[in-house]
Design a protein around this ligand. Structure first.
Ligand SMILES: C[S@@+](CC[C@H](N)C(=O)[O-])C[C@H]1O[C@@H](n2cnc3c(N)ncnc32)[C@H](O)[C@@H]1O
Length: 224
C-alpha cells in the first residue's frame, strides 16, 4: 500500500515514542506501510551536547536553544512538510482541526521541554497547536495526541463507519451510550430497547441519548 502520511517527532526524549508505535491501530498502520513515524533526537543537533540555556532577562528554569531545533527542522524538512510547534500558547486542538490536517503529507511536530523553546522558533514553524488549557512537562505526550487523532482518520486505517457515529462527528453531538455483555452487571441493566432488534427504535433511542449527553456536558462546561 502507498504511504499516506509521514510524521516526524523532534524531541529530546525519543524513547517516549517506542510504545506509541507498538500497539493497536498505530502499529497496524505502520505494518501496512500506510504511515511512517520518524523520531529525531534533538541532542544529535547540539554543539557539545548542550540543548538548553538560561533565560535572558532572568527567570526560573531553562529554555531549549533555537539552533539545535532549527538544524533538526532543516534536516527533516521537505517541500511537503507542515511544521507544528506543540505548545500551550497555540490554538487548541479539536476534531475540526484534526480533520483539516489529514491531507498533510509530512507533519513535523516539535516538542518543547523545561520552560519551552526560544521564541524565535516562530520564524521556522507554520503554526503552534495546544492540546488544552493546562501545562504538561514536555511536548511528547501532546505530540502523540495530535498524531493519534490524525492517524485514525486517514483512509484505510479504520472503517469509515466507525468514525461516522463518533463524538463530534454528528453535528457536533457526543456519541450515545453503548453496552456489551452481560445484560445485567451489579444490578445495572442494559436498556431494553437495545435488546429487541427493532432498529428504528434503537436509532431513535441513540439519537435522543446523544442529544441528552451533549446537553448534559454543555451545561457542566458552563458551570465550570
Ligand atoms: C513546561 S511546558 C512550558 C510551558 C511554558 N513555560 C508556558 O508557560 O507557556 C514545556 C513544553 O511542554 C509542551 N506543552 C505543555 N503544555 C502543553 C499543552 N497544553 N499543549 C501542547 N504542548 C504542551 C510544550 O512543548 C512546552 O514547550
Amino acid at each position: 500500500m502507498t504511504k499516506i502520511m509521514k510524521i516526524t517527532f523532534i524531541s529530546l526524549f525519543p524513547e517516549y515514542y517506542k510504545e506509541f508505535k507498538s500497539h493497536s491501530i498505530i502499529m497496524n498502520a505502520l505494518s501496512k506501510n500506510l504511515i511512517e513515524l520518524e523520531t529525531i533526537n534533538l541532542r544529535d543537533f547540539s554543539n557539545n551536547n548542550q540543548v538548553d540555556d538560561t533565560v535572558y532577562g532572568g527567570g526560573p528554569g531553562m529554555l531549549l536553544m533555537i539552533e539545535p531545533i532549527v538544524k533538526a527542522i532543516k534536516f527533516s524538512k521537505t517541500k511537503d512538510s507542515h511544521i507544528v510547534l506543540v505548545g500551550p500558547r497555540g490554538k487548541t486542538l479539536n476534531q475540526n482541526k484534526v480533520k483539516s490536517m489529514i491531507n498533510i503529507k509530512h507533519l513535523i511536530l516539535i516538542c518543547g521541554h523545561y520552560e519551552g523553546i526560544d521564541s524565535r522558533i516562530k520564524y521556522y514553524i507554520d503554526e503552534e497547536i495546544s492540546i488544552g488549557e493546562y501545562i504538561l512537562t514536555g511536548g511528547e505526550i501532546a505530540s502523540m495526541v495530535i498524531a493519534d487523532s490524525i492517524i485514525r482518520l486517514l483512509p484505510g486505517i479504520i472503517k469509515k463507519e466507525s468514525h461516522q457515529e463518533e463524538s463530534f462527528e454528528n453535528n457536533g453531538l457526543l456519541e450515545y451510550d453503548q453496552f456489551t455483555r452481560p445484560i445485567e452487571f451489579d444490578g445495572h441493566k442494559v436498556p431494553k430497547v437495545l435488546l429487541n432488534g427493532n432498529h428504528k427504535n434503537i436509532e431513535k433511542y441513540r439519537r435522543q441519548n446523544s442529544i441528552d449527553k451533549t446537553i448534559e456536558i454543555e451545561i457542566e462546561k458552563k458551570g465550570n
